[in-house]
Design a protein around this ligand. Sequence first.
Ligand code: NAD
Length: 374
Amino acid sequence: MIAGILKEKIGENRVILLPETVVELIKKKVEVWVESGAGARAYSSDEMYVNAGALITTAEKILDGADLLLRISPPETGWMKQIRGDQVWIGVLNPLSDKEMVQQLITHKLTTFSLDIIPRTSRAQAMDILSSQATAAGYRAVLDAAMHLPTFFPMFMTAAGTITPAKVMIIGAGVAGLQAIATSRKLGARVEAFDVRTAVKEEVESLGAKFIEVEGALDDKSAGGYAVEQTEEYKARQRQAVHDHAIKSDVIITTAQIPGKMAPKLLMKETVEGMKAGSVIVDLAASTGGNCELTVNGETFEHNRVRIIGQSYYPSTLPKDASKMFGKNALNFMSLLISKDGSLNLDFEDDLVAGTCVTRDGEIVNPRVKSLYS
Ligand code: NAD
């Protein structure tokens, strides 16, 4: 079998597999072709891929001859007609939100796997790109906030006086939020965090942060580790709690998301207007509408002297390690599709294979995606 690594879309600095991961794939008896320049923005040259055992070629040749088509970004529209149903696309297709893309995949009868919908089971942990990339996002968000903040993060007691530590509030203590807590703590800030899933209270506290409690959250165990929509009454109480803590914070990092839905609005305009001048908000949910009412996706601006950064693409700003982690996840997933002799083996009896498959033979396979389109 041949796996082909395609160059990412403009603005995406990561690459799906670094040369070091290509070595692992070749050990599984898979031939690897790489589009020239595919790893350049992740500091991996064509020469490094050749040394890893890959062949450097063009996108045309890969689209025509590879069995596995590998790219983080979705396929270009122009490629849809060219890709055949017997080839397998592996990447991130955002099928829970990108309806147009899913329609195209159905129309062209493509066989596609989207790593962002892999079931959240313990066996899938090593394949979970949302987790690994959220780690990069949470870390980078804190560094970005620190760079924009007009004050220090840590406390200093110096001959020039005492500097009080920054107060950081994290909204959403999932993977990105927990990493943001850990990074803020390492930089010496005082941290508090809030999440609808009260199960994370212990994790928050073990990282040295305070958990903000709001009673009455719906916690659906069947949602597989994800948050669920909350009642209007709870949302009002939550907004008040967020407001009370926000006006005392220097930095707020929001990460709250509900898969397949717009991000919940947790930080309202009046709250932002009550915050201290110079405070910074980093909204990691920007691409799904943002947790802050004022967020503009991909933009940084000031409102009432509070800086609002709407950024969902931090992993791309850490391309080497984000690609390293992404590639390891992708390799672990691909291992499910490769038989001992290196040939393709699509076993739809395997819950992870079936659960990650978006489309096949003109049909939607993943039940979560299917329910959105029926
Ligand atoms: P996510 O990106 O979907 O959401 C981020 C956080 O925002 C979550 O903690 C969520 O509870 C929170 N949130 C959602 N709505 C909110 C609201 N209205 N107010 C406050 N917070 C809100 O989630 P995630 O970070 O990808 O993962 C969540 C959890 O899933 C993880 O902590 C982990 O325990 C679990 N997980 C399991 C696996 C696995 O077993 N394979 C993989 C990844 C994650």
